[in-house]
Structures are given as C-alpha cells and as structure tokens.
Design a protein around this ligand. Structure first.
Ligand code: ASP
Length: 333
C-alpha cells in the first residue's frame, strides 16, 4: 500500500483504520450458541462503528479508541467495565491503559473499583496528571477529582461471570502460579475477555488502549499486562500501536507490545511479521497464550493470536470491514 495518496491540492489523504478486540482464549464454536455468537458480533460491530465514525469525521486516533472501548466496557459480555470478572474477594478490580504514538504520552490505572469507564480514567491520567500509572485507592480518588462517573458494585455484576467465579472461588487452582494444566482449564472456561482498540487517524497518528477486569479469582492485588505500558499496550508513530489480550503474566515477561515495536524498528519487519514473531514464537516459548491487534502509521492493520479464538473486528478507509471470533473464520463485508 502506498504511504500517502497525493491529491491535486497538495493535501495528503492518509489511509485510516481501526481495529478492536474483545479478548482471546479457548473460544470454540461448539461452546457457543447462535444467539451468543450474534450478541458478541453485534457488540463488536457497535464499538467498531462508533470508533470508526470519529476517524471518518477527521477525529483523532485517541478519541476513536476511547469511544470504541467505552462501548465495549458498557457491554456486559466483555470483561471490562460492566461485566468485569470477580476477584478472589468477589469484587471487580479493573485495569486500563492508553498511549499516544505521536508523543509517547501514556496513562494507566490498576486495581480500580466502581469507575464506570476505566479507559476514561486512564485517559485522564495521560491528559491531566503529571503521572503515567496510578493504582488502587489513589486512582479512585483521582477519578472522583476528575468528576468521572462512578457506579455501585451491582452495576458491574453479571450472572455469567459470577457463576464462573463460584466454581473456583474456594480453590487456589486459578491463582497466578497455576500450572500449565490449570491454565488449560482456565482457558477452557473462557476467562479472557479483555477489550482493546488501536487506530490510525487521518493525520497519520496512531494510538492504543486496553481495558480489563483481569483474571477471574485474582488475588493479592494482582495486575496483568493490560495497563503496563510496553507489555499489554504500546504506541509509537515510528512503528506501531498494539493492544494485547491473553494470560497476562507471560505478556509482561515478554514485554510483548513493545517487542513488536522494537522488532519493527531494529529489524525492519512489517507490522504483521513482527506481531507473528512475538505471538507465535516468543510468547509460545513461555506458554503465553493469547493474541494482539495492531496498526501502523500507514494505516496497515493486523490481528494475530495463538489461541483458538479472539473476538476481533477491523475497518479501514480502503473499504475493508471484518469481524471474527474463531481461528480461520473471519467475515468480511
Ligand atoms: N491480559 C489480561 C490479564 O492478564 C486478561 C485478558 O486478556 O483477558 O489481566
């Protein structure tokens, strides 16, 4: 694809694109009902359209990804905002991050409760604080100071996630140091449902964001890869914008999102080649199950995962629009 298309007025028309995910894991058609499949696809499409219309109207990559993620956070089907998974203590503690590829500005929050849209809080940290990463009560206090919308515990409750948690809350099987066997079991139960978005706007700026309830039955204030800049979320106009999903610990150890950027910068690989290197080789070598979405500053997109499924969708100014759930099955319109 050409980097830019020149118009007669010497105004450059830059390709733009949006990619979103709703989590990766063992997502099998055999475990799904047609109704649920439809609900997930509709949820993805709503978020995709909301974010894309911002880009289409000349808005920024940052605005597009915040808009898309808020739609997913408000949808109980996804493990972010409303519908977040339960911790060992039976509450929701959410993590989120956002990064701007133009100036490497970033904002992250971890272990936050009762904030309706955690991605807005991450944005506030980036745009209106002198910090990058806030956690726990301090992050909640900052949400109040910035006037963000709070919700009672009941708002975040979902029967589906509660039942998942009830099955395992009395065991340690799903704690962080679970064995490979336990991980397979965990994924069988589809505990990954983090949401993410990456965009390239008409100005050639790219951005990445991720929001999650983390992993079911997590304890000791566990924080996953999602809010860690360079692990689950990273953006740099020179290379790529990446949002990850999957078993967070290996993604942290692999510095997964930044590794894609480094491979592109230092080895000259394309976005998709670099993502495949990290997802299919580096992460696999340390049992890192999951995937990631990416864009570069020329508007190229990629969605790569090593699990059996990843809720995902993309739309570009070249007229491509695709939505998928399972491996080897992508519907393009
Ligand atoms: N990566 C997230 C975490 O480990 C989980 C997910 O992607 O669903 O917290």
């Amino acid at each position: 694809m050409n980097k830019f298309e020149a118009s007669s007025s010497s105004h450059f028309m830059q390709p733009f694109s949006l990619v979103i995910h709703g989590g990766a894991g063992t997502i099998l058609k055999s475990d799904m009902t047609p109704e649920l499949e439809k609900a997930y696809s509709q949820g993805l499409e709503m978020a995709l359209n909301a974010g894309y219309s911002i880009l289409e109207n000349g808005g920024t990559a940052i605005d597009a990804i915040v808009t898309a993620i808020k739609v997913l956070e408000d949808n109980v089907l996804f493990n972010a905002g409303k519908g977040s998974v339960f911790t060992k203590k039976g509450v929701q503690e959410m993590d989120a991050a956002i990064m701007s590829g133009k100036d490497l500005a970033a904002g992250s929050i971890a272990g936050v409760r009762n904030v309706r849209n955690p991605i807005e809080l991450a944005y506030e940290v980036m745009a209106n604080s002198n910090h990058v990463f806030l956690s726990g009560k301090g992050a909640n206090d900052f949400a109040i100071k910035q006037g963000l919308k709070l919700e009672p515990d009941e708002y975040f409750f979902s029967a589906f996630r509660y039942d998942q948690w009830k099955e395992i809350r009395d065991s340690d099987n799903y704690s962080l140091d679970h064995t490979h066997q336990d991980l397979a079991e965990l994924m069988k139960d589809k505990k990954f449902g983090t949401v993410g978005a990456v965009a390239c706007d008409q100005h050639g700026n790219i951005a990445a964001a991720t929001s999650t309830g983390g992993m079911t039955n997590k304890k000791y204030g566990r924080i996953g890869d999602s809010p860690i800049i360079g692990a689950g979320t990273y953006a740099n106009n020179k290379t790529c914008a990446i949002s990850c999903t999957g078993h967070g610990e290996p993604f942290i150890r692999a510095c997964a999102a930044h590794d894609v950027s480094a491979i592109m910068e230092y080895k000259g690989l394309s976005l998709e080649e670099a993502m495949k290197e990290v997802v299919h080789h580096k992460l696999i070598s340390i049992d890192g199950i999951g995937g990631m979405i990416g864009v570069d500053a020329q508007g190229h997109t990629a969605m790569v995962f090593n699990s059996s499924g990843m809720y995902r969708a993309m739309k570009t100014s070249n007229g491509e629009k695709c939505i998928g759930i399972y491996k080897d099955e992508l519907s393009c319109f």
